[in-house]
Design a protein around this ligand. Structure first.
Ligand SMILES: [Zn+2]
Length: 298
């Protein structure tokens, strides 16, 4: 996501020209050369690869909302614990969404809430916020007034990294079986700490998850497969990892550096709402997956 906070909520009036949103965020571009090595196939174990209990539920790798398919089985606790605690943040990050937005202006008394806002960019580096689904009719009144205070939450980085760590670990299990030894035990301990948290806010900061290299591909998926073993060429040499849903590369190794707790809390922005967009939206990439929006652990 762009470092510079949004400053205005406007795009050029497009007339009859179709609008095309979804170019990658300005300033976030990095070209990485990716080599796809091997498509990983579903593999099922008697026991849960994370905790060792009997494996009773089918597990999507990566989560279904990112386009993952049923690749293995885990126990119900590991499956649902992650669904409830960290996967929503991964989906928000993946969708480029700002959550629990509230809008406020002098025009309407009190704050009004909308559903998620999808942050997208135009080719001339302006940003657009799409309200996903419906919202309070007063929101339109607030926007028409021009000067608006927008408050949003960003996806929690620790939590979405932990969700990716789980997918990466399960991908390793698909390739080599359930790994033994200390590095694997340490990784599993961090995953179990998520599962055993009593609420979202108590999910501990994971040093291993923060040490992962994560690259996000914008635009059409590079591969239609859920999980592909892949290698990225870096200046320091090749980096082995997995490409998830054709769009997210996660390294198989972690630099286990300092786990910096992600900033928490709400961001507030003063916005000047610009001219409303008139025109046809030709496309908004990346497309949120077409499955139902119902929360469903996988
Ligand atoms: Zn388990």
């Amino acid at each position: 996501m762009r470092k510079r906070p949004p400053e205005a909520m406007s795009v050029d009036r497009a007339g009859d020209v179709p609008l095309d949103f979804g170019d990658e965020p300005p300033g976030a571009t990095m070209t990485a050369s990716l080599r796809l090595i091997e498509v990983l196939r579903p593999r099922f174990f008697d026991r849960c690869p994370i905790c060792g209990d009997p494996a009773t539920t089918e597990e999507h790798v990566p989560p279904q909302r990112l386009g993952g398919t049923k690749m293995t089985r885990t126990c119900e606790r590991c499956n649902h614990g992650f669904g409830a605690f960290v996967e929503a943040d991964l989906v928000d990050w993946f969708d480029g969404a700002l959550t629990v937005p509230t809008l406020e202006s002098d025009a309407v008394r009190g704050k009004r809430q909308t559903s998620r806002l999808l942050l997208r960019w135009t080719p001339n580096e302006e940003f657009v916020l799409f309200v996903e689904g419906g919202s309070d009719p007063a929101v339109r009144e607030i926007l028409a007034a021009g000067d608006v205070t927008l408050e949003v939450s960003l996806p929690d980085k620790n939590r979405w990294l932990l969700a990716l760590l789980k997918s990466m670990y399960l991908a390793v299990c698909l390739k080599v079986g359930i790994p033994e030894g200390e590095p694997a035990d340490l990784l599993r301990a961090e995953l179990l700490a998520v599962r055993n948290a009593t609420r979202k806010a108590d999910v501990p900061v994971s040093a291993i998850a923060h040490g992962l290299t994560v690259l996000r591909h914008w635009g059409d998926p590079i591969s239609e497969e859920s999980v592909v073993l892949a290698e990225v060429q870096q200046e320091t040499g090749p980096l082995l990892g997995v490409l998830l849903a054709g769009r997210v590369f996660v390294s198989l190794s972690s630099t286990v550096g300092d786990a910096v707790p992600a900033p928490t809390g709400r961001l507030a922005h003063q916005l000047q709402v610009g001219v409303p967009v008139k025109g046809t939206v030709a496309s908004v990439r990346p497309e949120p997956p077409r499955q139902s929006r119902r929360t469903q652990p996988d």
